[in-house]
Design a protein around this ligand. Structure first.
Ligand SMILES: [Zn+2]
Length: 398
């Protein structure tokens, strides 16, 4: 169904197309000819079809109008975009294919229409046709503007197909010109490294990861994977050294690296070292996950009442819902150990509230589009940016 917004945009597009036809004629000091009149007639017949909600007939009429005056090409491209934006990419394909069948198109317009057609195929999910079209375009001597755009679209396609090496190869020339390409490229290398790790080619994986850090020194994911490789080889001290860089790379990822850090210290039999490290991290960022990890160390070493005391002090400085929930658990434990029965109903009520508040709370959020998820994804499934999803910190975070 055609809505009011589409119709008003179409009217504007048609008016531009019509205006172009008139300007074209007047520039050449010609009196309004039967050609100009024919153009306007065709457009209004097409518009009539649109108003009658007969889009197929409307498309046919607009396509026929192109024979009259090729100045209307941009109007047709705009119409194709509108159809695609409305989820009717098949209609956009018809419009763009018909445009390409016109031999009179200039080279630059032809390139523009082919890019639009590739976008239509992508919207339809026909990735192989879109890829063939883009590769054929890139093989030609494209104008700079359209070359970059064709590469960008091809990279997007290759990412969707998980063709990381090919995406990296296509992007090579762009990486130098566009610093914004460095972060995604580093992540493609991390993807390649993970594939190599699965195939037990650790040396190749390490090579990819080092290259990723050369491209983007703030790539937390590459550092985490390098630390995991060190641990696989039994080099826990080296893993700790690697993980120590993460707060400088991106402080928000401290909660992401804590489990690996704990594992490395435990395997090194160095719980004291872990505690010192946690205090250092707490000085940098008083995140809930650091407070709980420290609380647990105190709990195991000095008992639950010491843990209550220390955790209470830390939470006074940096209150959080997760921290309060942990503190209530500690109080429960203390009462249980002191043989108090039945359990304090006030504590049970508080625990009920914190559980209800924490339930269903996402642990990660995309800093760009706000997409929330429990697990950490390195590419946001919503805005498709790399490295924008991070742990949620603060009062109701990690
Ligand atoms: Zn996002």
């Amino acid at each position: 169904m055609f809505d009011v917004v589409l119709l008003s945009v179409l009217l504007a597009a048609i008016a531009i197309g019509f205006g172009l036809g008139v300007r074209y004629t007047s520039r050449r000091l010609r009196p309004p000819s039967s050609r100009t009149i024919g153009l306007s007639k065709e457009y209004f017949v097409g518009l009539n079809y649109l108003l009658n909600e007969q889009p197929d007939e409307a498309i046919n009429t607009f396509i026929n109008a192109l024979d009259v005056n090729s100045d209307t090409v941009e109007t047709h491209i705009a119409l194709g975009k509108l159809f695609r934006a409305r989820g009717e990419a098949d209609k956009a394909v018809r419009i763009h294919q018909n445009l390409l069948a016109r031999p009179a198109l200039s080279t630059i317009t032809n390139e523009h229409v082919q890019l639009e057609l590739a976008r239509d195929f992508m919207a339809l999910g026909v990735h192989d046709r879109a890829q063939r079209l883009l590769r054929a375009l890139l093989d030609k001597s494209l104008s700079d503007l359209y070359r970059q755009e064709a590469k960008r679209l091809l990279i997007d396609l290759l990412e969707r197909e998980k063709e990381w090496q090919e995406a990296f190869d296509v992007a090579q020339s762009l990486i130098k010109q566009q610093p914004g390409m460095r972060r995604p490229a580093a992540h493609w290398l991390c993807e390649l490294a993970q594939e190599e790790i699965q195939q037990a080619s650790r040396a190749l994986a390490r090579k990819h990861l080092k290259k990723a850090l050369q491209l983007d020194e703030r790539c937390v994911r590459a550092t985490l994977l390098l630390a995991e490789l060190e641990m696989d080889n039994g080099h826990y001290t080296r893993a700790i050294e690697r993980l120590s860089h993460i707060p400088q790379q991106d402080i928000a990822h401290i909660p992401t690296m804590l489990p690996a850090l704990q594992h490395a210290y435990e395997r090194n039999n160095d719980i004291q070292g872990f505690e010192t490290h946690l205090y250092r991290l707490l000085g940098q960022a008083p995140y809930t996950s650091i407070i709980i990890a420290l609380g647990e160390l105190v709990h195991q070493r000095d008992g639950v009442d010491s843990a209550i005391e220390r955790t209470g002090e830390w939470l006074r400085e940096a209150p959080s819902l997760g921290g309060l929930d942990y503190l209530i658990d500690l109080y429960h434990e203390s009462q249980r150990l002191s043989g108090k029965t039945p359990p304090d109903t006030r504590l049970l009520l508080l625990k009920h509230h914190t559980d209800a508040l924490l339930e269903g709370k996402p642990r990660h959020r995309c800093r760009r589009c706000g997409f929330a998820s429990d697990n950490l994804a390195w590419q946001c499934p919503s805005c498709r940016r790399w490295g924008t999803i991070k742990p949620i910190t603060g009062v109701d975070g990690e």
